[in-house]
Design a protein around this ligand. Structure first.
Ligand code: CTP
Ligand code: MG
Length: 215
């Protein structure tokens, strides 16, 4: 069984506003992506990274696509040997080995996919275009979905084999597997598994990484 890590890192990081792509912005002394690669390398047989054009130097790097799912597909195509694929965004550097292993274990137990997730702590409402609240959802069954997301690799390959429009609309990989009828379960993530989107996120994550290093 070959477990392959797939890291979409080909985004431009527009909202972060750094001088280059987000995955290569320095975070607590090293490129952001390195924090995820270190954890994935400890668990996976191989890790393939989708990078922006011009960043292909280094091993196991492929050129990403215009949308996140296209980047995932490009990286997965470079790993035909994968039987389990673990997709993890470079933008979430605080993942833990236990979380990755928990997702892989669920796939080994027979699920098509297993996704890191946080139970909703905020109350969630649906609102119309004018801001009018239409309804309040039952928070007790809602989860905010993150990465890592582990899949039976063949199931993910098939789920990604859809027209570009469907890929562009997908905000995660599990939704494509779900749309293809696959079984997906949530795996509760530690609260610190946040995604870096804005400059303030980068500073908050840096503080956590530096505090970890100080222990
Ligand atoms: N990603 C990718 N290929 C794309 C777009 C995004 O591999 N065409 C990756 C990003 O590098 C990131 C992850 O998908 O690791 C989640 O995307 P996001 O947080 O939106 O990152 P960016 O697209 O880089 O940021 P922004 O949307 O602010 O430009
Ligand atoms: Mg983006």
């Amino acid at each position: 069984m070959a477990v392959v890590g797939i890291v979409p890192a080909a985004g431009s990081g527009e909202r972060l506003g750094a001088s280059g792509p987000k995955a290569f912005a320095v975070c607590a002394g090293r490129p952001l992506i390195e924090w995820s690669l270190e954890v994935l390398a400890a668990v996976c047989d191989r890790v393939v990274v989708a990078v922006p054009p011009g960043y292909e130097d280094g091993c196991d790097r492929v050129t990403g696509g215009r949308h996140r799912s296209e980047s995932v597909r490009a990286a997965l195509q470079a790993a035909p040997e994968a039987t389990v694929a673990v997709v993890h965004d470079a933008a979430r550097p605080l993942l833990t080995r236990e979380l990755v292993e928990g997702c892989i274990a669920a796939v080994r137990a027979g699920w098509d996919g297993a996704v890191a997730a946080a139970p909703m702590t905020d109350t969630v409402k649906e609102a119309g275009p004018d801001g009018r609240v239409l309804r309040t959802l039952d928070r007790s069954t809602l989860w905010a979905i993150q990465t890592p997301q582990a899949f039976a690799a063949e199931t993910l390959r098939r789920a990604l084999d859809v027209p570009e429009q469907a890929l562009a609309a997908a905000t995660d990989d599990a939704s494509l597997v779900e749309a293809a009828g696959g079984s997906v379960r949530v795996v509760e993530a530690p609260s610190e598994n946040v995604k870096i989107t804005w400059p303030g996120d980068l500073r908050a994550v840096e503080a956590v990484l530096l505090a970890r290093a100080a222990v």
